[in-house]
Design a protein around this ligand. Structure first.
Ligand code: ZN
Length: 362
């Protein structure tokens, strides 16, 4: 244990890296005692039905169910299961009384696995959103051109993703403060609109068992590459400019690389939150997966590589593309939209006047 500002707290990293004991389990109720589960679905009472077995009972059946009187009079009033507290203290090499509190979560401990007849799938806990974290971090480390990059490359990984009210989440003031400190000596307000935020989260691939859940013309395939998320009701922060910029980055790296489109409203992302909070031009993207938020999610085995390729292309090509936009405001658009080559002064002539047969009235 270590002492921090007068309080004794367990070593944070020790809790994070060492399971305190063999993994607990949450045994489900036998179907014989819950006959309707297959028709009506699994709907546990979260308070009563999800207690893991080390907390519900010990091997003797005597139980160690929760707060209760302790024989150790030096211990503070117990707010946690006595046995669990003692075991974690033992692992940390301290006394139970040294632990003031904890953030303790259960998580699947089975390792990820490549599955499928041809090894095309990856089955893993927390693909949402470790997949994007891995892709962005790997690209940050490996992408070329850092020495000559006039921009500052940043990867932000949030504890609580888009849960805006929580500390350290995208909705907190942390990002704004952090970027301001990074831009010391530069004009933060002028740097913001010249930047591009790639908000990366996973996306819903069309699940072959539930094809009807997707729109007819927006059907991301598990194997079709990273998805660009766009929504007319602004559930995502993507717009045509940010989308074009990222597409162009990838095209310059690999003309054959694929991106997919998705425009259904689904889970929220940090994109609109940060776009509003910081003012950054933003695009929402994500690798397609099945079973988002299940204890194990399914993705394409190629997805991590595709993610790294996209972020590498972004880091490598964005500065030059952004510079080209600055120097020749229309130059970037001309690449994809030749009709914008028309001089501005003549564009008004293209706009029809309602009810008028000709704009030239004599
Ligand atoms: Zn997510």
């Amino acid at each position: 244990c270590s002492r921090l500002s007068g309080f004794k707290v367990p070593e944070y990293s020790a809790c994070r890296t060492q399971p305190p004991f063999r993994p607990p389990q949450v045994p489900s109720l036998a179907i014989h005692l819950n006959r309707t589960v297959n028709d009506e679905g699994f709907a546990p009472n979260k308070e009563n039905h999800l207690a893991p077995n080390p907390l519900a009972a010990d091997a003797s059946g005597a139980g160690d169910a929760g707060p209760g009187p302790s024989d150790d009079t030096s211990a503070p009033p117990q707010r946690h299961p006595v046995g669990l507290l003692a075991r974690i203290a033992e692992k940390l090499g301290c006394q139970p009384a040294d632990i003031l509190d904890w953030d303790l979560y259960l998580a699947d401990t089975q390792p990820a696995a490549v599955t499928g007849l041809n090894g095309d799938f990856v089955s893993s806990p927390r693909l949402d959103n470790l997949l994007s974290c891995y892709s962005a971090l790997t690209a940050l480390i490996e992408a070329p051109g850092l020495e000559s990059d006039p921009n500052c490359r940043v990867v932000c990984l949030y504890d609580h993703e888009e849960i805006a009210a929580r500390r350290r989440a995208a909705g907190s003031a942390l990002t704004l403060h952090f970027l301001r400190r990074l831009s010391q000596g530069a004009e933060f307000e002028t740097a913001v609109p010249k930047s591009l935020l790639v908000s990366a989260d996973v996306a819903h691939a069309v699940h072959p068992n539930y094809e009807e859940k997707h729109e007819r013309k927006h059907r991301p395939s598990l194997f079709g590459g990273v998805v660009i998320k766009e929504n007319a009701n602004q559930r995502y922060a993507t717009n045509c400019l940010t989308s074009s910029l990222l597409r162009e980055c990838l095209r310059l790296s690999d003309p054959a690389a694929q991106l997919q489109d998705f425009d259904m409203a689904c889970g929220s992302t940090i994109g609109p939150i940060l776009a509003a909070k910081v003012g950054l031009p933003t695009i929402d993207v994500g690798s397609p997966i099945f079973g988002m938020h299940s204890i194990r999610e399914t993705g394409a085995a190629a997805a991590p590589g595709q993610g790294v390729q996209l972020f590498s292309a972004f880091f490598k090509h964005f500065p030059a593309l952004r510079e080209a936009m600055e120097t020749h405001p229309f130059s970037f658009n001309i690449i994809k939209f030749p009709f914008l080559e028309i001089p501005r002064s003549n564009m008004a002539e293209l706009i029809p006047v309602p009810g008028a047969k000709s704009s030239k009235v004599t």
